[in-house]
Each structure stands twice: as C-alpha cells, then as structure tokens.
Design a protein. Structure first.
Length: 193
C-alpha cells in the first residue's frame, strides 16, 4: 500500500485504522480511492464496505468503531427483488437483537444472523458516511472475497498492507470497460449496472 500510495500520489484510505488481516475494505470505495475520488473527509457518494474472515472479527471491528464514535443505524437484508433493492431499507427495530437493553451494540451471533437474515450491519461514521459491515459470508482472505464481486472494476480489496484485485480489474479500469465477472446476486448486479 505504501508503494502504491507513493506511485499514484494517493492520500490515506478512509478508515484505514480498522484495516488489517481480520478486516478489509472492498469494492467501490477502493476503486474511488484509486481514482483519487475517495478520502475520509471527501463528499464523494458511496458507502464503505468492510469484510471479515470470521464473525469474531466482525464483532471486534464493530465494537471498535462504536467506541470511536460510529453510530449503529441498524441492519440490512439481502433484497428479494429490484423494488426492495432500490428502496434499500435499513431496519432499525430496537427489539431485533442487534441492540442490547441499554441501547448499545450487542454481539452478533450465528443465530441472530439466521433469524434476521442479516446481510450487513449498518453504521454511520462520525462524519456521517455510510459504513456496512458485511455478514453475508466470511472469506479467509481479501482475494477470496473479491472473487464474489460482480464487476471487474470493483474487484478490489485493501487491508493494512496489500491491495488485492481481479485478473481484469486494471485493464478494464484503464480501458473504460464494464465487465460482469460474477453473477452471484443478479438483482443487485442489475440495479447497480
């Protein structure tokens, strides 16, 4: 990452303090950062998607974020149709189990994920940026994670040391091509396209 930042004259990536072997940033926020459009204080639209190798890593990161002033908004479910995806509801039910009795973040458990159909834990940064902690699947490495990303130009993940990318990511970014690499969530892909 240090070599890349120096070569491209890039600022630090937003929320880099949370990145490491147990937490990585992936997708569009990394693409916007590489293109010089995304920094922690910028007004660029888009959210920040964090991925993890385990549920324990998600819980540790979520708690660290809350302790640093991030606010728990609620949770998201994978959409069942395009209409649902377009409205992207953030569920805020206080009795859902993601809040404890005192209104603080409760530990996320496999049973809670299954009961809620939990796809993402939704937070707001102290600057008001949308942050999603992805609970749909846990992959061992950032490279494993990006294999499931739909668009080649978004097959990017960043931990505290390395940038992982897909086989067509840079050639498509430079060539201004748009390629679907993985159609795991067709409704999401169609909407984003």
């Amino acid at each position: 990452i240090l070599d890349l930042r120096q070569a491209l004259d890039l600022p630090a990536i937003a929320y880099q303090a949370f990145l490491g072997p147990n937490c990585w940033l992936g997708g569009g926020s990394v693409m916007r950062w590489l293109c010089g459009e995304q920094t922690e204080g910028s007004s660029t639209k888009g959210d920040f998607d964090f991925y993890f190798p385990s549920l324990e890593a998600l819980n540790t990161t979520a708690q660290a974020m809350v302790e640093q002033g991030f606010r728990l908004r609620g949770y998201g479910n994978p959409p069942r149709n395009i209409r649902e995806f377009l409205t992207r509801p953030v569920r805020e039910e206080r009795d859902s189990g993601i809040w404890d009795d005192a209104g603080n973040l409760a530990p996320i458990t496999p049973a809670l994920i299954e009961r809620l159909g939990l796809g993402t834990l939704e937070l707001l940064s102290p600057e008001g940026k949308q942050v999603q902690l992805v609970a749909l699947a846990f992959d061992a490495t950032p490279l494993d994670t990006i294999k499931h990303f739909d668009f080649s130009i978004c097959q990017l993940a960043l931990d505290d040391r390395y940038l992982s990318f897909g086989h067509s990511t840079f050639s498509d970014l430079i060539g201004k091509r748009f390629r679907v690499e993985c159609l795991r969530w067709p409704l999401n892909t169609c909407r984003r396209m």
